[in-house]
Design a protein around this ligand. Structure first.
Ligand code: ADP
Length: 246
């Protein structure tokens, strides 16, 4: 975003560096229940992004001073592995991961029925194994599926996607080059049943008209991702059903 460059993002056929059309998602893979020792888990790929999410709880909240007597709190931890980016990333939390953890936790609070579990904590870990732009969205998609896999009562599951701008064109689901050297990046997430937007950020610049179109493109893609999330949970359920013997 910060470094505008001479890179040509759209070729003469209207296709992007990775061959996609402007409104085309990267390949998305979602698998629920991939970890034995977490209450719920999910593995998600958005193109080259690889994310693992694990959920524990609802369980007793530590540290205790964070307990809320009227509802559970959702403690999210987004973390990039040192090997997730091309230069080794310094391990441990930084401002960016604290921010992402906070916005993801706020989005999840809009669907998790926290009022059913006073004083408890629901802990959500997102580990970015490989990053290629859009990791906060992939993290939230994985976290939603992992929460459902854990059996945490929710009003809905949350899909998320980023829409950006490069070469003056709106592009769905930015890859790393488009994100780093493009003109804008707008990650978003919705509650599909109501259409409510529960995460919306903007890095860079768009006109109001572009922003409205970007929002439409992103929301449409969110409904596609929602179907993939539900499919992943259905597949998980089908595998887990024991055969009934007559
Ligand atoms: P998001 O991953 O949600 O798009 P950003 O826009 O902050 O979040 O980051 C875009 C991309 O830039 C990341 O997905 C990753 O590929 C890369 N990136 C972010 N932080 C680092 C870092 N500390 N070192 C190297 N690359 C990074």
């Amino acid at each position: 975003m910060s470094m505008e460059s001479d890179i040509k993002f759209i070729d003469e056929n209207g296709l992007r560096i990775d061959g996609r059309r402007p409104d085309e998602l990267r390949h998305i893979k979602i698998e629920a229940g991939v970890l034995e020792n977490a209450d719920g888990s999910a593995y998600v790929e958005f193109g080259k992004n690889k994310v693992l999410a694990a959920v524990y709880g609802p369980r007793e909240c530590h540290p205790r001073h964070l307990q809320n007597p009227s509802k559970a709190i959702i403690q999210c931890k987004y973390n990039m592995m040192t090997f997730s980016v091309s230069d080794r990333k310094r391990p441990g939390p930084d401002r960016r991961s604290v921010e992402i953890s906070k916005i993801i936790s706020e989005a999840l609070e809009s669907v998790v029925q926290t009022e059913l579990f006073p004083r408890a904590s629901i802990d959500v870990y997102m580990e970015i194994l490989q990053a290629n732009a859009g990791t906060r969205c992939a993290g939230l998609v994985a976290a939603s599926v992992a929460l459902a896999d854990a059996g945490v009562p929710m009003k809905d599951i949350i899909p998320a996607i980023a829409v950006g701008k490069a070469d003056g064109k709106l592009l769905l689901d930015l890859n790393k080059e488009e994100d780093n050297y493009g003109q804008a990046d707008v990650p978003m997430a919705i509650i599909p049943k109501t259409g409510e937007v529960v995460l919306l950020q903007m890095d860079g610049h768009m006109t109001q008209e572009e922003f409205e179109t970007a929002l439409d493109m992103g929301i449409k893609a969110c409904y596609e991702i929602y179907e993939l999330q539900k499919d992943a949970l259905k597949r998980r359920y089908a595998v887990e059903t024991p055969e009934v013997e007559e």
